[in-house]
Design a protein around this ligand. Structure first.
Ligand code: SF4
Length: 376
């Protein structure tokens, strides 16, 4: 227990389920927020002895963390600080949906200790909002981002979805004009997924809705990547762009094999080499905390699997992976076993492999999944 951990808190509440989303959410149950908070603090109490504190990152993700009134965010952060400590200068991030953003809430979250606000803009086009099955009108994203900028968080982030069917260059440009113009410090550009269990993905697979065209989605990705880089936000991960110093320190944990405790339904943890994932449903997770259902057992440690997964996550970073560090953590054999795959990808121009440094090339970024399959 030496490397300071981070804490992820899953806030499952949503106003409605968006068509493209298959995250673990509950709709129309905001009234359970107090019971949820009580559960999170109880779960922290049980797990706290395994957490190296003070923690340096706390990330409220979801679901929709902005459904939480500032009072609940303040109580949550105070509880974490009391039990494991929150380091001075820690990154404390909250994901917000535009329709929840008001001046009062922003001030309240900031006073509670939030340092980084991420606004889920997704699209500024009415067609995009409809294609993604979002509820808030297209104007809400820009309004929320402007208010959030004025509220003075240390870092301001914006999420966009690219590649929805029929998306035109001018529609992406309008999204980029907004996030660049409002001075976002961090922008995530997520490609629309069609292989999950989201309602939209199922409709696309059934042929009821047009799916994204991969070539078109790639063009849109590079249009976004090049503009963001020119605006001073280079990619540091395939889907993530940031001004230097504003990278998500919490998400970097996932890409660098670093420890974190996950609290709340569906939250995953990785502490002292052990990993486990909480029950996905809010009711099942609360039952676990009451002792009415068993806690998830930790996954048995399998160095081969860990190396495969660490490579897949790590190669998503533009800086790539240090193979020597991975070998020191999990043993040399599972790393060496994968060198031929890495060397093959390097010969195809998808990867640069130089000694112990492996990183995707620009061409490799969008066909990364082909490389990843063989690494697992
Ligand atoms: S996209 Fe966000 S707001 Fe929409 S259902 Fe998923 S978690 Fe909730």
């Amino acid at each position: 227990m030496d490397e300071p951990a981070g804490i992820y808190v899953h806030v499952p509440f949503c106003r409605a389920r968006c068509a493209y989303c298959d995250f673990a959410v509950v709709v129309g149950k905001d009234g359970l927020a107090d019971a949820w908070l009580d559960g999170v603090l109880r779960e922290l109490e049980r797990r706290a002895d395994g957490v190296a504190g003070p923690v340096t990152t706390v990330h409220l993700g979801g679901g929709t963390p902005s459904r939480l009134a500032p009072r609940l965010v303040a109580d949550l952060l105070a509880g974490i600080d009391r039990r494991v400590g929150i380091a001075a200068g820690a990154e404390i991030a909250l994901e917000a949906n535009p329709e929840d953003v008001t001046r009062e809430r922003l001030a309240g979250w900031r006073a509670a200790g939030v340092t980084r606000l991420v606004v889920g803009v997704q699209s500024t086009a009415e067609r995009g909002i409809r294609a993604l099955g979002r509820r808030a009108p297209a104007g809400e994203g820009p309004r929320a981002l402007r208010l959030a900028r004025a509220a003075g968080f240390r870092s301001l982030g914006a999420d966009l979805v690219i590649g929805w069917a029929g998306q035109e260059d001018r529609e992406l440009d309008a999204d980029l004009d907004l996030v660049i113009g409002e001075g976002a410090d961090h922008v995530s550009c997520y490609m629309l997924e069609v292989d999950g269990d989201a309602p939209l993905a199922r409709r696309i697979r059934r042929g009821e809705r047009p799916g994204p065209d991969p070539d078109r989605a790639a063009d849109l990705y590079w249009r976004a990547a090049d503009r963001l880089e020119a605006a001073g936000l280079p990619a540091y991960e395939i889907s993530n762009f940031a001004r230097p110093g504003h990278e998500s320190r919490h998400n970097l944990r996932y890409w660098t094999d670093a420890p974190y405790l996950g609290l709340g339904p569906a939250a995953a943890s990785y502490l002292a080499g052990e990993r486990w994932t909480n029950p996905r449903g809010l009711a099942d997770w609360l039952a676990m905390l009451r002792g009415a259902a068993p806690a998830p057992p930790p996954e048995p440690y399998d160095p081969d699997r860990r190396v495969g997964e660490a490579l897949v996550f790590g190669l998503r970073r533009i800086a790539g992976v240090d193979l020597a560090r991975l070998a020191a953590r999990h043993g040399a054999d599972p790393v060496e076993r994968r060198r031929p795959v890495l060397a093959g990808a390097a010969r195809e121009g998808l990867l640069v492999l130089s000694g112990n440094d492996a990183r995707l090339t620009r061409r490799g970024r969008l066909v990364a999944d082909e490389v990843f399959v063989d690494l697992l």
